[in-house]
Design a protein around this ligand. Structure first.
Ligand code: FES
Length: 446
C-alpha cells in the first residue's frame, strides 16, 4: 500500500529476532500504539522489545489521515446519554491530554514531523441541531467548542463545530524518530502467547521471547480465548484520495452526514476521505465515488495517490485499552480505536505504562476491555451478532472460500483486489496471502 506518508519517508529495516530473549515487556505490533507504548515503558525503566510481523508503521499507521484530535464524530452527546457525564469528561480529558503530550514530546525530542496546530471541525450539510447539541456536550465535557455556519470548504453547510488547538502531523516521520530509541525486531510474527507460572512465552519462527508482561498492540488481537474480542469488535474500511491543485485548508474537517467526507491538507496536497463500510460488505466502487465527488468539488485537481485503511470498531465506540482479560493478569491490549488512532495510541501508551508499572489511572475503568456498557453497546452488539451469524452460515458449503479465522465466507472487494471477511475483517490478497488479521494464516496454507 503506497500512501503519501510511506512515499515520503523510508524507515530503515530491522532484523528479525535473533533467537530466544528474556525481557520485562514484549509489545506485539510496531504501529503507533505499539511504538509509543514501548517508548514510555522504556522511559519508565522497563526492558522492552517490539515484535512486528512486517515492517514498523506498515499497517494502519501508514494509512491514517493523521488527525490528532479529541473530536471523534458525535461522541460527547452519545457518551453523556449512554454512560454518563463524568465518563464523557474523562474521555475528553484523556484525548486532550494526548494532544498536549504529542506537542510536548515532539518539542522535547526535536522531532521534525510537520506537526501543526489547527482546529478540527465537524460539519453537516443537512442538520445543525445535532451539531449544536454535540457542541454543548463537548463544552460540558471540558472542550472548547464553537458552533458556526462558516467553514473553508467549497460548499455551504447547515452547521459546523470547531474544536481549537487540535493538531496534525506526518505519522511516519514521527514514528521513525520515536522508534529509533527502541529495540525492535521486524518480520517476526508472534504465533502464540502462553502463560507460564512466572512469565509469558511468545513463540515466533525465530525463537521464543520470555516476558513478564505482554502488550497486544497488533491492531486486532489474535487470541480467541481469553478475551473473546471476536465477539465484541469488527472492522471498517475507508478510502482516501490525495489531490494536488485542489485547496490548502488551515483546519481539518469531518462530515457527519451519510457519506460525509473527511478533509485535511498535507503540505500542498489535499486528503479527501470517505465512503467507509464494514469490511467484507461489498459496496459499489468507493474510489470511483470519491473521484467523482472530488472532481465536482475541485474540477482542476489531480489525483496523486489513493489508498484505504481499516479501523477496529468496538460495541460502545470506546477503545479497548487495558488488561486483556480477567484470566490473563499479565496481558494488556490496545485496540478498537475507531478512526481515532492518533490520540488513542497516546492514551494507550500512558495507560498501559501506568498499569504495567503498578500505578493506578483515572482512565482505567473507562477504557477497560472488560467493561459492560449494555445501553451503549446494544445496537452494535445486535448488528455484529447478525453480520457474524450471516457470515458463518454462508461459509458453510464446500465451494465457498472460507476465512481461516473462524470460517466465515469471504467476499471479493474489487476496489482493493482483496478477499475480505465480513465477520471480523481479515483480508487476503488475490493469491490468498494474509494482509490483515485477526486471521493468522494465508488462505491456502496447509
Ligand atoms: Fe473472523 Fe474471518 S476474521 S471469521
Amino acid at each position: 500500500m503506497k500512501t503519501i506518508w510511506n512515499e515520503s519517508v523510508v524507515i530503515p529495516a530491522r532484523n528479525h529476532l535473533p533467537g530466544n530473549l528474556t525481557v520485562d515487556t514484549a509489545v506485539i505490533g510496531g504501529g503507533l500504539a505499539g511504538i509509543l507504548t514501548a517508548y514510555y515503558l522504556s522511559q519508565a525503566g522497563k526492558q522492552t522489545v517490539v515484535l512486528e510481523a512486517d515492517r514498523i508503521g506498515s499497517g494502519q499507521t501508514s494509512g491514517t489521515t493523521a488527525k490528532i484530535t479529541s473530536q471523534h464524530g458525535l461522541i460527547y452527546e452519545r457518551l453523556q446519554n449512554t454512560i454518563g457525564k463524568k465518563e464523557a469528561r474523562l474521555y475528553a480529558s484523556a484525548n486532550q491530554k494526548a494532544i498536549l503530550e504529542y506537542e510536548r514530546l515532539i518539542r522535547a525530542r526535536s522531532i521534525f514531523c510537520d506537526f501543526k496546530k489547527c482546529s478540527a471541525c465537524l460539519y453537516s450539510v443537512s442538520d445543525s441541531a445535532c451539531l449544536q447539541r454535540e457542541s454543548k456536550a463537548a463544552m460540558e465535557a471540558g472542550i472548547l467548542s464553537q458552533f458556526s455556519k462558516e467553514t473553508e470548504l467549497p460548499f455551504s453547510v447547515k452547521g459546523a463545530i470547531h474544536f481549537p488547538n487540535q493538531a496534525q502531523f506526518h505519522p511516519l516521520k514521527f514514528l521513525e524518530a520515536v522508534s529509533s530509541l527502541l529495540t525492535i525486531y521486524e518480520k517476526t510474527p508472534v504465533r502464540t502467547v502462553k502463560q507460564d507460572k512466572h512469565q509469558q512465552i511468545l513463540s515466533t519462527p525465530y525463537g521464543n521471547v520470555f516476558a513478564k508482561d505482554v502488550v497486544f498492540a497488533c491492531h486486532y488481537p489474535f487470541p480467541l480465548i481469553p478475551g473473546y474480542y471476536f465477539l465484541k469488535m469488527y472492522q471498517k474500511r475507508s478510502y482516501v484520495l490525495a489531490l494536488s491543485n485542489a485547496q490548502t485548508l488551515k483546519d481539518m474537517y469531518l462530515g457527519i452526514d451519510k457519506n460525509g467526507l473527511s478533509f485535511r491538507s498535507a503540505k500542498d496536497l489535499l486528503l479527501v476521505g470517505g465512503y467507509g463500510h464494514r469490511t467484507g460488505k461489498s459496496v459499489q466502487n468507493p474510489y470511483q465515488a470519491l473521484r467523482r465527488t472530488s472532481h465536482f468539488l475541485y474540477p482542476s485537481s489531480k489525483i496523486q495517490g489513493h489508498w484505504s485503511a481499516q479501523d477496529c470498531i468496538t460495541l460502545d465506540h470506546i477503545p479497548y485499552i487495558g488488561r486483556f482479560s480477567s484470566q490473563s493478569p499479565h496481558w494488556y491490549v490496545a485496540t478498537g480505536f475507531q478512526k481515532w488512532g492518533m490520540t488513542s495510541s497516546m492514551i494507550s501508551a500512558h495507560l498501559l505504562t501506568d498499569l504495567i508499572c503498578g500505578h493506578s489511572s483515572v482512565y482505567e475503568n473507562l477504557f477497560s476491555p472488560m467493561r459492560h456498557h449494555v445501553r451503549a453497546s446494544a445496537m452494535e452488539f445486535l448488528t455484529h451478532a447478525m453480520e457474524s451469524g450471516k457470515g458463518l452460515l454462508s461459509g458453510i458449503g464446500p465451494q465457498n472460500l472460507r476465512c481461516p479465522h473462524l470460517g466465515c465466507k469471504l467476499v471479493w472487494n474489487p476496489s482493493e483486489n482483496t478477499w475480505e471477511c465480513p465477520c471480523h475483517g481479515s483480508r487476503f490478497d488475490c493469491q490468498g496471502h494474509l494482509k490483515n488479521g485477526p486471521a493468522q494464516k494465508n488462505l491456502f496454507s496447509s
